[in-house]
Design a protein. Structure first.
Length: 246
């Protein structure tokens, strides 16, 4: 259907449309560079309490390893709508990561003065700062905004970047932005080996690496229950404590 000009979207839980059918993604889509959009629902721990069969804590890395895939992560309904239009118009091979739950809008919050919300260059510096910059995506952008009010009240202290496009990474523009900051914090709902850290470390200016501190999930299977926030906290991503330390 895609080769005949149709807009083809393949929709399913993130682990089932990535790791379970990886060979088909590699040969049928990536190798042939077919303009299909694979929609993965509930990346990271989005299906909390369903166990490791339903967690996608490595989907970002394994999909980034496949040539030709554009990887996008929506943070809210507004970015989801904009990115969906881009996917349909561009006709590029895409892995689109969206959450299964509805969250408050990131791009329509009245309590934040946005610096850049163009949704054109692969990331948005939704708050501009000079001291410390947090780079995150999807659900964790919400958690940072919810818990970062103290730091956001400090003039020009905290910057927040919604990294909604992980591949291809707009490294030239991203380098320009993060050079302003003294500290760069990556907060990622993926295992450390296969998450945003590994992508960023391969792409950004090496002189900036000593500024970066990474918070991600441990390289292990997670079997516990207790909800998404509980699992994140138990496995090293305690947003409140991370922000307190800044």
């Amino acid at each position: 259907m895609a080769l005949r000009g149709c807009n083809v979207l393949c929709y399913g839980m993130a682990p089932f449309v990535t790791s379970r059918c990886y060979e088909q993604l590699k040969i049928s889509l990536s190798a042939m560079n077919v303009p299909v959009c694979v929609v993965g629902i509930g990346p990271g721990l989005g299906y909390a309490d369903a166990g490791p069969t339903h967690y996608a804590t490595e989907d970002l890395g394994i999909m980034a390893a496949l040539p030709n895939f554009n990887i996008l992560t929506a943070a809210d309904d507004i970015s989801c709508k904009i990115l969906t239009k881009r996917i349909l118009n561009s006709k590029k091979l895409t892995y689109f990561r969206i959450d299964r739950d509805a969250f408050p809008s990131v791009y329509n919050r009245k309590d934040i003065k946005y610096f850049d919300t163009s949704v054109k260059k692969g990331f948005n510096e939704i708050i501009r700062g000079n001291n410390t910059c947090i780079i995150s995506s999807g659900y964790l952008v919400h958690k940072v905004l919810e818990n970062g009010q103290r730091l956001m009240k400090k003039k020009n202290y905290l910057g927040i970047i919604d990294l909604y496009q992980h591949s291809p990474l707009n490294s030239q523009e991203l380098n320009k932005v993060i050079r302003r900051y003294k500290k760069i914090i990556i907060i990622d709902e993926q295992v450390e080996k296969l998450g945003a850290k590994s992508i960023l470390f391969n792409e950004i200016d090496p002189s900036l690496l000593n500024k970066i501190k990474n918070f991600s999930l441990p390289n292990k299977f997670i079997f516990e229950n207790g909800g998404r926030d509980y699992l994140l906290k138990k496995n090293g991503i305690d947003i409140k404590e991370i922000l307190k330390s800044l």
